[in-house]
Design a protein around this ligand. Structure first.
Ligand SMILES: *Cc1c(COP(=O)(O)O)cnc(C)c1O
Length: 372
């Protein structure tokens, strides 16, 4: 059976180790902030090569806590790409900040540097690059721009855990460890996913790490002393134990995703109707999604055609953020042409660590048959 994300087959391969880890937590009764959480935190710090990982309940909370801990205040402007998942902009609006939506690059689907620069005003306080579909935004010029304007860089790394960004001097860094703070999600379908909700923030700034921990824990700086109004956002021990098992295999899982993407790319190479994902020279793509742009043909008809052959496909994302009813107040003025075109023409094919050649051939055959 072909699934968008095959968590079942993945689980079957690691079942013994997962089950044992979960049962160990249950027997330990350390359900909240237990040793499994501290263990995973240290493992992720080593993997990400960051000084601090602050676990929390989900990726949306991670973004919210980051913005609270950075001291962003109502009226402050935060620049985000218009082509992303709603969570990125949602927390900004929720905190009374103003999401300023800018268009994206047509090849990488990531935030446009030129348009980010053009959107900066005296009220701008932060930029949130999203490493969409598993590929890093172009961080080096973005960091330089942020530095020139004294802005925070909050990476939305929900879709790209394990991806590298390569600086012009050859230095490689894990995405999420490049800006002032990185925010990630362990939602089950993400590249590093648990079996429920989970998230984390990453930073190299000791003071910021302390504030992130405080905000995530009811604004508490000492037991029953609350310095700021915070939230309650925790990664539970069972999820942390599962994440420890899966983190060991993350590079292998991401390599399997890349192999599947290579296979798709080769099969679609001669087709003028399709644009396959563009891989930036300065990033390693971890293919959270394998997203095609249709140059011709009806995207929704292709999705329907595949569905009739029991092949799932998804549209990430069908509507620009500013056209969502909830975000009408943040309309950037005029349509953003790249975001509009992508919302009309993208389609994501099944992509996960367990895809085999027979499944890939079936998917590719159906896409080719659609175009005749
Ligand atoms: C999944 C996702 C989030 C939110 O993560 P949750 O854990 O579901 O709250 C935020 N941003 C992006 C780009 C995402 O894909």
């Amino acid at each position: 059976m072909i699934r968008m994300v095959d968590l079942k087959t993945q689980y079957e391969h690691i079942r013994e180790e997962i089950d044992r880890s979960v049962l160990d937590v249950i027997a330990s009764t350390e359900y909240i902030n237990g040793s499994a959480v501290k263990k995973f935190q240290a493992e992720l710090e080593a993997y990400q090569q960051v000084a601090h990982v602050v676990p929390c309940a989900n990726g949306t909370d991670a973004l919210q806590i980051a913005m609270m801990a950075l001291g962003l205040k109502p009226g402050d402007e935060v620049i985000v790409p218009a082509f992303t998942y709603v969570a990125t902009a949602e927390v900004i609006a929720l905190l009374g900040l103003k999401p300023v939506m800018v268009d994206v690059d047509q090849d990488t689907f990531n935030i446009s540097l030129e348009l980010t620069e053009a959107a900066i005003t005296p009220r701008t306080k932060a930029i949130v690059p999203v490493h969409l579909f598993g590929q890093s935004a172009d961080m080096e010029p973005l960091l330089a721009l942020a530095k020139r304007h004294n802005l925070f860089v909050i990476e939305d790394n929900a879709q790209a855990t394990g991806a590298d960004y390569i600086f012009s001097d050859g230095t490689r860094k894990k995405v999420g460890s490049i800006g002032h703070v990185g925010c990630t999600s362990f939602f089950p379908s993400k590249n590093l996913g648990c079996y429920g909700d989970g998230g984390a923030m990453t930073t190299n700034d000791d003071d910021l790490a302390q504030r992130l921990r405080m905000v995530a824990n009811h604004g508490q700086n000492k037991l029953y002393h609350h310095a700021v109004v915070g939230v309650n956002s925790r990664l539970d021990s069972i999820q942390a134990a599962i994440l420890s098992v899966k983190l060991k295999r993350l590079d292998q899982y991401n390599a399997a995703r890349r192999r599947a993407a290579d296979y798709y790319d080769a099969a679609f190479a001669g087709m003028p109707q399709l644009k396959t994902p563009v891989r930036a020279a300065n990033a390693t793509h971890v293919f959270h999604q394998y997203t095609l742009v249709l140059r011709e043909g009806d995207r929704d008809a292709l999705k329907q055609y595949l569905a009739e052959r029991e092949i799932p496909a998804m549209i990430y994302y069908p509507i620009p953020l500013y056209k969502q009813e909830a975000f009408a107040a943040y309309w950037p003025g005029g349509e953003l042409p790249v975001t509009e075109a992508l919302c009309r023409s993208v389609i994501s094919l099944p992509m996960h660590s367990e895809l085999d050649t027979a499944q890939l051939d079936q998917i590719i055959g159906a896409v080719k048959a659609f175009f005749g």
